[in-house]
Design a protein around this ligand. Structure first.
Ligand code: IMP
Length: 496
């Protein structure tokens, strides 16, 4: 006899509906904030998302393009670890190098020949370099317009630079709006920021500021670089973690389909020792016991879900898994007990099988703080795959991390795994993330407005959910009308 047999079936997100609460002027859509904790930092701080969604750590989902664009929209993509360490570190470095306001520039010396400046330009992709003396005092700026490498290759930078006397600078400015005002005032494209002794601190570019002001939810670190999140595994973390740290990673996610393991505990312990201030998300688990185990091992957030992913065959292959709603409820109950005891709210992330805005808000209402999705993001322009045309439909390839295709990057590692846990397929191309995510956000906010909740914390405290019957789910879809070209364009979808 098994130790325990749960006779109550586990539930999926699709089986729940929200009951509306009292909507007021204060809970209209424009008053609602989706800011939500992603992970607790060991120093006591919290990293907060403005848009509580994560793009899955998958080869077909999260590369640097997704990382940059999603961070600009207030979420985060988890760079996948099923690739060589140097490649993953380069992806993280690319996200961190994306300019989001104050840039710490690579400076050149006054005697640096312009040939070297030009080589630097080609390598770094920047066209403006500050010229500083050995103590870091600003001497001038050299831009691509100031020289011709074929003619001035041997000329030192100091002879072609725009000298300090002709530059507007901002002294010890830390506010982007203030920097922007100075740039506009001086008709400048770039503003050096110096300290009281005229030592260079940063450069601010007009086009970066405009970009930043256009993206108010953008997630940045204290140096105004975009937030970078990356996955690690429980095999090569001793070499992978240091490389990701050097590249500037802000948050690590231990990527495992079953995280309730001593391997994950050992990985967490090692990271805690090697990088004591780095926040780490553990997972995946589907029970309260799994949550408690990972939090005791040092996880700053816990990812939940097994067997529900759109390309996942784990349940069929191994018989392990749980409906995501039940998994979230079980883990959230353990999380709430932990919070009642310690006063610490550990973020919970729902992952696998979240299809659309309705699933997102149901998972949040059940107690999740953020939602991870693979299929949703794989359809976007910014996912790392090329679109293809299949039967007149534009599609993008999507494959599981446990599929044969994903494992091609390191056949040696998977020699033991005689079977796959994911499949390879296609998802319909949806266009740019910027044209899709705001709509999902608005729908989630509309649901919260109906429930009379202004924040996710209020949703956790006040949401009322109801399990619905299969018939009620059917009734909730279009029925009994002929909808030309629509989802219900067939007699079979009619109820009578
Ligand atoms: P989706 O949003 O339903 O497409 O699910 C994405 C999630 O499925 C990921 O975040 C992983 O947790 C999980 N996953 C990724 N690859 C595999 C796989 O090959 N087998 C099973 N689950 C996977």
């Amino acid at each position: 006899m098994a130790r325990r047999i749960h006779l109550e079936p586990s539930r999926t997100l699709t089986e729940f509906r929200l009951l509306p609460g009292l909507t007021t002027r204060e809970t209209s859509i424009d008053q609602i904030s989706l800011a939500s904790p992603l992970v607790l930092c060991p120093d006591g701080g919290t990293i907060t998302l403005k848009t509580p969604v994560l793009a899955a750590a998958m080869q077909s989902v999260s590369g640097p393009r997704m990382g940059i664009e999603l961070a600009r929209l207030g979420g985060a993509a988890v760079i996948y670890c099923s690739q060589p360490i140097a490649d993953e570190a380069a992806m993280v470095a690319k996200i961190k190098a994306h300019k989001a306001g104050f840039v710490e520039p690579q400076a050149v010396g006054p005697e640096t020949p312009l040939r070297e400046v030009d080589a630097l330009r080609r390598r770094e992709g920047y066209s403006t370099f500050p010229v500083v003396d050995v103590k870091g005092h600003l001497l001038g700026l050299i831009t691509r317009r100031d020289y011709d490498a074929r003619i001035h290759g041997d000329v030192p930078a100091k002879e072609r630079m725009v000298p300090r006397a002709q530059l507007d600078v901002g002294v010890a400015i830390t506010d982007l709006e203030e920097a922007n005002a100075l740039l506009i005032e001086g008709h400048r494209a770039v503003l050096p920021i110096v300290d009281g002794d005229d030592r260079l601190l940063a450069l601010v570019f007009r086009k970066d500021i405009e970009d930043h002001l256009d993206n108010p939810d953008q997630l940045v670190d204290e140096r105004k670089r975009l937030l970078a999140v990356a996955a690690v595994n429980t095999h090569d973390y001793e070499s992978r973690v240091p490389a990701l740290v050097d590249a500037g990673v802000d948050v690590l996610v231990i990527d495992s389909s079953d995280g309730h393991t001593t391997f994950q505990r050992d990985t967490l312990a090692w990271i805690r020792r090697r990088s004591p201030s780095l926040p780490v998300i553990g997972g995946n688990v589907i029970t309260g016991d799994g949550f408690e185990y990972l939090v005791a091992a040092g996880a700053g957030a816990v990812k939940v879900g097994m067997g529900g992913g759109s390309m996942c065959i784990t349940q069929e292959q191994k018989g392990t898994g749980r409906g995501l709603a039940t998994a979230v409820m079980d883990v959230v109950a353990a999380r709430d007990r932990y919070e009642a005891k310690t006063g610490v709210h550990v973020p919970v992330i729902a992952d696998g099988g979240v299809v659309n805005s309705k699933d997102v808000v149901i998972a949040l209402a059940l107690g999740a703080d953020a939602i991870m999705m693979g299929r949703f993001f794989a359809r976007m322009e910014e996912s790392p795959t090329e679109s293809v045309r299949i039967n007149d439909r534009v599609m993008k390839p999507y494959w599981g991390e446990g599929s044969a295709r994903a494992r091609e990057w390191s056949p040696a590692r998977y020699r033991q795994a005689a079977f796959v846990e994911g499949v390879e397929g296609f998802v319909e191309y949806a266009g740019k993330l910027r044209d899709n995510l705001p709509l999902l956000v608005t729908k989630v906010k509309a649901a919260m407005s109906s429930c009379g909740c202004r924040t996710i914390a209020e949703l956790h405290a006040n949401a009322e959910l109801e399990l619905v019957s299969a018939l009620a789910i059917r009734e909730g879809k279009v029925h009994d009308i002929l909808q030309l070209g629509g989802e219900a364009d067939s007699l079979s979808s009619w109820s009578t």
